[in-house]
Write a protein that binds this ligand. Structure first.
Ligand SMILES: [Zn+2]
Length: 267
C-alpha cells in the first residue's frame, strides 16, 4: 500500500514501471495552487503522474469551465453524487471565521452541483504530499475523507507561501465509466490570513470556493470573471456562470458514479 501511494506521489515513474503484481488502480495526484498578490495575481502549478487512463488538465479552459482530469475519452473525473462527500477539518490554525466560511463555501458548492458533504469532525492530520488516500487504521476500509485545513507554509510540503494562498490535491482513480474522484486535500495559508467571508477583494471565502471546486473536479479557466480563474479578483466572491455550468456538469445531474473500492488498490 505504501509503495502504491509513494509511487502515486512520485510522478512519471508510475507509467514507466511494468506492473509486477496486479497494480489495479493508478492514482493521479494534482496540486493546483492559488496565489494571491495584492489581491490580483494567482498562478497555478500542477503536477501529475501520467501514463494512466487519466490525465491532469493543466491548461486553463477557454470555455466556461474545464475539468481537473479527463480520461482517454475526454470524460471528466468526478465524485459520486449519490453519496455524500465526507470531509474532515484540521482545526489547529483555523482562522476565526474558518468554520463558518467552510460551511458557507460547501453550501454554495452543494447548491451549484447537487453534491452533498458530510462533516466527519476534526483531525490532526497535517496536509502533505504523502497523505495516503487510503488510511484504514484511521478511517476504516474506505477512501480517506477530503481534508480541509489551514496551515502555516512551514507546516506542510504542499507548496504554500511565496504568494501561494491555497493548494488542492485531488485524488482520482480511473474506471470504465470515467475517472472517479475519491479523496483530496484543501489547504489554505494560515501564515498569510485574508479577510474572512466572501466580500470584495481576496478573501478566505474566495480561496475556499476556488480550492473546493478543484477538489470536486474543476480546473482553471481563462475567463477572469469566474472563480476558477487563476487569480483572485476584487469582485464579490461567488461562482460565475461558467463555474456553475461546470459544477452542474460534474454533479448530481450527471448521475450516480460509484467509485472503485480502495480494497482493490495494491502496490
Ligand atoms: Zn487553482
Amino acid at each position: 500500500m505504501d509503495e502504491y501511494f509513494a509511487a502515486a506521489t512520485a510522478g512519471p515513474p508510475v507509467a514507466a514501471r511494468p506492473p509486477r503484481r496486479p497494480l489495479l488502480l493508478v492514482s493521479l495526484l494534482v496540486v493546483l495552487a492559488l496565489t494571491v498578490a495584492a489581491g490580483a495575481v494567482r498562478v497555478s502549478r500542477a503536477r501529475a503522474a501520467v501514463g494512466s487512463p487519466l490525465h491532469a488538465v493543466t491548461a486553463p479552459a477557454t470555455g466556461g469551465w474545464g475539468p481537473t482530469y479527463v480520461d482517454d475519452q475526454g470524460r471528466p473525473a468526478r465524485w459520486d453524487p449519490c453519496v455524500p462527500i465526507r470531509y474532515v477539518v484540521q482545526p489547529d490554525w483555523l482562522p476565526p471565521t474558518g468554520r463558518a466560511d467552510i460551511a458557507a463555501a460547501l453550501g454554495r458548492l452543494s447548491r451549484a452541483s447537487g453534491l452533498t458533504f458530510l462533516d466527519e469532525g476534526d483531525t490532526h492530520e497535517l496536509p502533505s504530499r504523502k497523505r495516503p488516500a487510503y488510511q484504514p487504521q484511521r478511517y476504516g476500509e474506505r477512501w480517506a475523507p477530503l481534508l480541509i485545513a489551514w496551515a502555516p507554509a512551514g507546516q506542510t510540503d504542499l507548496g504554500l507561501g511565496k504568494r501561494v494562498q491555497g493548494v488542492t490535491v485531488a485524488v482520482a482513480v480511473p474506471g470504465k465509466n470515467g475517472g472517479s474522484l475519491v479523496s483530496g486535500q484543501v489547504v489554505l495559508d494560515a501564515s498569510r490570513p485574508l479577510p474572512g467571508g466572501f466580500g470584495p477583494g481576496a478573501t478566505e471565502g474566495e480561496v475556499l470556493l476556488h480550492e473546493l471546486a478543484h477538489a470536486v473536479g474543476l480546473g482553471h479557466v481563462q475567463d477572469p470573471t469566474q472563480v476558477m480563474y487563476s487569480t483572485t479578483t476584487n469582485s464579490e466572491s461567488e461562482y460565475g456562470a461558467g463555474d456553475r455550468a461546470g459544477l452542474a456538469a460534474l454533479g448530481r445531474a450527471a448521475g450516480c458514479h460509484p467509485a472503485p473500492a480502495p480494497k482493490g488498490v495494491r502496490g
